[in-house]
Structures are given as structure tokens and as C-alpha cells.
Design a protein around this ligand. Structure first.
Ligand SMILES: Cc1cc2nc3c(=O)[nH]c(=O)nc-3n(C[C@H](O)[C@H](O)[C@H](O)COP(=O)(O)OP(=O)(O)OC[C@H]3O[C@@H](n4cnc5c(N)ncnc54)[C@H](O)[C@@H]3O)c2cc1C
Length: 399
């Protein structure tokens, strides 16, 4: 059986390993983090199209059972006015809507499936260098160990080393000017928000929240900020974050100030994207997910795109005579969709930035309801949500 080295145990890595195993490959995952529990991260929207991919692995229902079903997003102004309700899934089909889960829950579902399927994972394996030779490829890790296989699949996220190995001139991620700062909270008496996540275009910042049936609140804010690396962000204490957010959102409608008053811990992440990476593969190495098309979280699609990549690449490796052929069809198939989503998500992000100008905020509050008019029935994004990877099509690809 051919062997794939998979670098990264986030979303794309485990999914690629699971699909490859179904495709008749040996796959082994190498993850830089020392242990599964060490991953931070808050929560994320797994869109209908991502759930469709998980269904191919028999994991959809496991994830949905853990999450908050979210077929709609309500957009509110900072003056407590409902601007519009947007479908978070195919319009008119709430039963097929997206779901919001804690990031560690998505990781655990994928990890448990790998354990059940016997896919080995090595933790604490940070890829440093790739070496390709005539009959294979070797990954060298920071701890001095190495592993060899027939191909290497880089699922190593936005800061990918694989991307740079494929093309040393590959673009660096672009900072959006926004941070994502959020956490979990409980506000006594705050009713659940079944089926929706609420987004508030506040006067001085964007805020989103949902309340689960058990009363737990998932919240996030997108303050504008100069670029700060992860270490500098981590150096800011929870109390300092919360003091700043409480001030920034003090004039926002109920329950935003109450959620922030009850919050105790936060996670803070800079938002980057990669609109166009010219090369996704070279020789025996290919990259998947954020490594080649990181998208800002505004469209709630990054993890779902990574899942689609995983299934597409494994299907092509299954049905192609050579890995070169599979890699080139993979890139050609996936690039237009991934780049469209990155662009779309970026456009949403621009509406979140606030200059602080009262005129700009007033203009936005006037324009948004026009954009959002009839949004509930808007089928414009159906092609995003209805996407299906042709996993069941086993036609051999011409050489
Ligand atoms: C704040 C925030 C909110 C988001 N919200 C959403 C959302 O609601 N919905 C959505 O779909 N997407 C969301 N995203 C985007 C989503 O998280 C990514 O698109 C998705 O995680 C991509 O999966 P991936 O496997 O490609 O990368 P990642 O999930 O980043 O996984 C990469 C993995 O590779 C490991 N790694 C890195 N370098 C190495 C190395 N050298 N050697 C070994 N391992 C390495 C990392 O430790 C990590 O585990 C959000 C992102 C952010 C930052």
C-alpha cells in the first residue's frame, strides 16, 4: 500500500487521513502540538457543505449532536434594530443548516475516528524540513526524528512550511486589520437563541453571540488592531482584554454588555487570509486547507473548505494512475471555489471594520438593510452550501 505523510492534525490533516484510508492508502499524521488537549481555539461554524463531507465519513451526526444548530444568522444594528436574517445554509432548508461547535469538539470527533480506524498520529512532531528523493519523500522534524513515505500532504495551516517548500516565493498571509477575541460565558436568565447566531454591527465594533439550550453563551468580538503576533496577543491578560471590550461595547444593546460583564476568560486570534497561492503542489508534495487558501472566518467556511479539499484529494489519489495527475487535477478543481470564498469572506470583513466615524456607521446602518432585504430567501450562496465532493464517482481519471 502506498504511504502518505500528513503534516498537521487540525481539521484538514485528520480528514485527509481518514479519506485516504478509505481510498486504500496508508496514512500517518504528524502534529506539532505536544498533545491533543493543548490546542486552544474557541468555536466555529461548520457549514452545510462541511457537514456533507463529514457525512461521507459517518461523522456528521456525531458532530451535530454536540453543536448548536444554526440555520440562520440575525444581523442587528448597534441601536437594537434587526437589519435582516441571513440563511446559514441553503435558503429555505433550515433542516440542512450549519452548526456551531467548539473547536475542540470538532477535533475530538476527527481524532476519535482516527483512533477507531487505526490511523497513527505522532504528537510533538514539528516539521522542519522536507527532502524529496527519486522513490519517496522524507519529513524531518524539530526533535531530530524523521519519517518517509511516497507522498507528503501539508495540512499545516496558515503558517505552512509545506507551502514555502512547494514555492519559496509563495505569498505570506495578509493581515485583515481585525482580531477575533471571544470566549464562553453564562448570563443568568438569558434565553437560548435556537437556530440562530446573532451578529451586532455596533458603533465601535462587531460582536457575535449565541446562547445554547443549556444557557452557555458563545461570544466573539472583532476589534480593529495593528498586527500583533500570537505571542504578543497571549501576553495581554484576560482582564485587560475584557476591560477593553467592555468599554468598546458599552453602548451596544442588551445583552452585549451583560455577556461581557459575565465573561472571565478570552482567547484572541489575529485574522489572516491567503487570496492567491500560485502553486499548491510540487513533486511528491501537496498542500491542503489553510496552507494554500486560508480564509478569514467571516463567511464561516474555512474548516468546510479544508474538509472538501481532503475528500477531493483522496478521491483523486484513489482514481488516478499517478500522484502527479491527482495533484494537478486537485489544484485545478479546488482553486476557483477556494479563492471565491476567500474573496467573499474578505468583503464581509470590510463591513465589520469601523473607522469610529459616526457618519460611516450611520451610512452602514442605512445601507445594510437594503443589502439584507429578502435575505432569508436569498439563494445566492446556495452553491457554497450545496457543494458535494464526487466521492462516490469511482471513474478512473485518464493518465
Ligand atoms: C478566530 C478564528 C475563527 C474561525 N472561525 C471559523 C468558522 O466559524 N468556521 C470555519 O469554517 N472556519 C473558521 N476559521 C478558519 C478555520 O479555523 C480554518 O480554516 C481551519 O482550521 C483550517 O484547517 P487546517 O487543518 O487547514 O488548518 P488548522 O486547523 O490551522 O490546522 C493546522 C495544524 O497544523 C499544525 N502544524 C502547523 N505547523 C506544523 C508543523 N510545522 N509541523 C507539524 N504540524 C504543524 C498546527 O498545530 C495545527 O494543528 C476560523 C479561524 C480563526 C482564526
Amino acid at each position: 500500500m502506498p504511504k502518505a505523510l500528513i503534516i498537521g492534525g487540525g481539521v484538514a490533516g485528520p480528514a485527509t487521513a481518514l479519506f485516504l484510508q478509505k481510498a486504500g492508502w496508508n496514512a500517518e499524521v504528524f502534529e506539532a502540538r505536544p498533545a491533543p488537549t493543548a490546542h486552544g481555539g474557541l468555536f466555529l461554524n461548520v457549514a452545510t457543505n462541511g457537514l456533507t463531507v463529514l457525512d461521507l465519513l459517518g461523522l456528521r451526526d456525531r458532530l451535530v449532536a454536540l453543536g448548536h444548530r444554526c440555520p440562520y444568522m440575525e444581523m442587528w444594528s448597534g441601536r437594537d434594530r434587526l437589519l435582516g436574517t441571513v440563511p446559514n445554509g441553503p435558503a429555505g432548508e433550515p433542516e440542512r443548516g450549519s452548526v456551531v461547535v467548539r473547536r475542540d469538539e470538532l477535533h475530538a470527533v476527527l481524532r476519535d475516528a482516527m483512533t477507531e480506524q487505526g490511523v497513527p498520529t505522532t504528537w510533538g512532531a514539528r516539521l522542519e524540513r522536507i527532502e524529496e528523493h527519486a522513490d519517496g519523500v522524507t519529513a524531518h522534524f524539530a526533535d531530530g526524528t524523521s519519517a518517509s513515505g511516497d507522498i507528503l500532504i501539508g495540512c499545516d495551516g496558515v503558517g505552512s512550511i509545506t507551502r514555502r517548500w512547494i514555492d519559496p516565493a509563495a505569498p505570506e498571509p495578509l493581515y485583515s486589520g481585525l482580531l477575533s477575541v471571544g470566549g464562553f460565558s453564562r448570563v443568568p436568565g438569558l434565553p437560548p437563541t435556537p437556530g440562530v447566531q446573532r451578529m451586532i454591527f455596533g458603533a465601535r465594533g462587531f460582536f457575535g453571540y449565541l446562547v445554547r439550550d443549556d444557557g452557555e453563551v458563545y461570544w466573539f468580538a472583532n476589534p480593529t488592531s495593528p498586527e500583533l503576533d500570537r505571542d504578543r496577543l497571549r501576553a495581554i491578560s484576560d482582564d485587560d482584554w475584557l476591560a477593553e471590550l467592555r468599554e468598546l461595547h458599552a453602548d451596544d444593546p442588551f445583552p452585549v454588555p451583560q455577556i461581557l460583564a459575565a465573561a472571565t476568560t478570552v482567547g484572541a486570534y489575529p485574522i489572516y487570509d491567503l487570496p492567491h497561492v500560485p502553486h499548491w503542489h510540487r513533486g511528491r508534495v501537496v498542500a491542503v486547507g489553510d496552507a494554500v487558501h486560508a480564509t478569514s472566518p467571516n463567511a464561516g467556511q474555512g474548516a468546510s473548505l479544508a474538509l472538501e479539499d481532503a475528500a477531493t484529494l483522496a478521491r483523486l489519489l484513489r482514481d488516478s494512475a499517478t500522484h502527479e495527475r491527482a495533484f494537478s487535477v486537485y489544484e485545478r478543481t479546488r482553486r476557483p471555489r477556494a479563492e471565491e470564498v476567500v474573496k467573499y469572506s474578505r468583503a464581509i470583513g470590510r463591513q465589520k471594520s469601523t473607522s469610529g466615524s459616526r457618519v460611516a456607521v450611520a451610512m452602514r446602518d442605512l445601507m445594510l438593510p437594503l443589502f439584507l432585504r429578502n435575505a432569508t430567501q436569498n439563494t445566492r450562496n446556495n452553491h457554497l452550501y450545496n457543494h458535494r465532493v464526487a466521492w462516490d464517482d469511482t471513474t478512473a481519471l485518464p493518465a
